[in-house]
Design a protein around this ligand. Structure first.
Ligand code: GLY
Length: 372
């Protein structure tokens, strides 16, 4: 892999450059070349510090650590004073406080991550055996029955809390939620639903919704990637074979749908007249999941997952990477945030950048992977 070290250096150099402006901000989507900064409660708040921690560990550049710690401090206002914390606490505190605790041993970070895990476990609906995704977006809205595929990636926070505290309740909640994912989200052909709505009083499934995908029965590619990686992580944390089997089934569907350059369109089931933008972030996230599957299967089987991930990451580096252009802060071009709402379409996305860097770190084999 002659490109790997070159790509790692290019990413580290670019992040060092854009860190001068972004500092301890919370970038989400790069619009017209500049990362828009979000409020710290937005679900994407962990990705910039998570990328800084990956690059700190891989380069030793202390500036990355200082900024990542600054982002984590800023998240305290969310942890302590924001009444609308939702299920994405896993994304947010895995890549900040767990990362910090594992790399520096900070007791304050450990306490923050345990607190976030308690909030997350508190969203479990016992009747439906799912973790509630969101809080009402508008006055009077009842979304207490909504669960979404993205939540697979929030489960590592719960497994970490069980390992750290010795209390199995967190892992029980995570396993129960992921069993619901197997029962209600993963289709027989390996594609997945984005949103499933349950009756929050009885636990009965009501319907599937299209969410960020094209339609309820389409196949949103980033949701597919969340499922691949989340299911592979569930196998890693529980040792339960059905999670690995499902991760492989979803991975096979994902790989079967890739175009020539190995970077997915934003949805795999678009009608001919629909605009076929790519979602590079789905490719980057799936690559990490494929590499984790490769680590968990026998060597002969592992090769095809590893090679598929390498193809995606190399294509992202060569065909989608923006390394020299001073007018662009994003690392990886052509992500699609929310096509149905027309938000952040065909732009760099911070989670695409994060998972690209994490994928490189996995291939280099020397870094801590914060979800594991
Ligand atoms: N979790 C929201 C998204 O993937 O866009």
């Amino acid at each position: 892999m002659d490109w790997l070290e070159e790509a790692w250096r290019a990413a580290a150099n670019k992040v060092a450059r854009i860190a001068e402006r972004i500092g301890t901000g919370f970038p989400h989507a790069s619009v017209n070349g500049t990362y828009a900064l979000e409020a710290p409660h937005w679900w994407t708040a962990g990705f910039w510090p998570g990328m800084l921690w990956q690059l700190y560990e891989g380069t030793g550049n202390g500036r990355f650590r200082v900024l990542a710690e600054g982002c984590e401090d800023r998240l305290d206002e969310v942890l302590h004073r924001y009444e609308k914390l939702d299920h994405d606490m896993g994304f947010m505190w895995t890549l900040t406080s767990i990362a910090s605790y594992r790399l520096t041993g900070s007791e304050n970070s450990r306490r923050r991550a345990l607190q976030a895990a308690n909030y997350l476990a508190g969203r479990f609906n016992l009747k439906g055996r799912y973790i509630r995704a969101w809080n009402p977006w508008s006055e009077g809205e009842d979304n207490s029955g909504i669960a979404i595929i993205d939540c697979c990636m929030n489960m590592p926070l719960l497994h970490w809390a069980t390992k750290e505290s010795g209390d199995p309740r967190y892992a029980h909640v995570a396993a129960a939620h992921m069993e619901t994912v197997l029962d209600h989200f993963v289709r027989p052909d390996g594609s997945v639903y984005h949103i499933v709505q349950f009756d929050s009083a009885t636990g009965e499934r009501i319907q599937a919704l299209g969410g960020q995908g094209y339609a309820p029965e389409s196949a949103w590619s980033r949701g597919t990637a969340w499922a691949i990686y989340g299911l592979a992580l569930s196998y890693h944390h529980t040792g339960q074979r059905r999670f690995l089997d499902a991760a492989k089934r979803v991975a096979h569907f994902f790989l079967s749908q890739l175009p020539e350059d190995s970077v997915p369109h934003w949805d795999f089931r678009l009608p001919p007249e629909a605009t076929k933008y790519r979602d590079s972030s789905a490719g980057a996230c799936a690559a990490s999941g494929l590499l984790l599957i490769a680590d968990q299967v026998g060597e002969r089987e592992a090769d095809s997952y590893r090679k598929a991930a390498e193809r995606i990451l190399e294509s992202l580096y060569r065909n989608y990477g923006d390394w020299e252009n001073p007018e662009q802060e994003g690392l990886i071009l052509h992500g699609t945030g929310h096509y149905p709402e027309g938000k952040n379409v065909d732009v760099p996305l911070i989670y695409g950048d994060f998972f690209f860097v994490e994928g490189l770190a996995r291939l280099r084999g020397t870094n801590t992977i914060f979800w594991q």
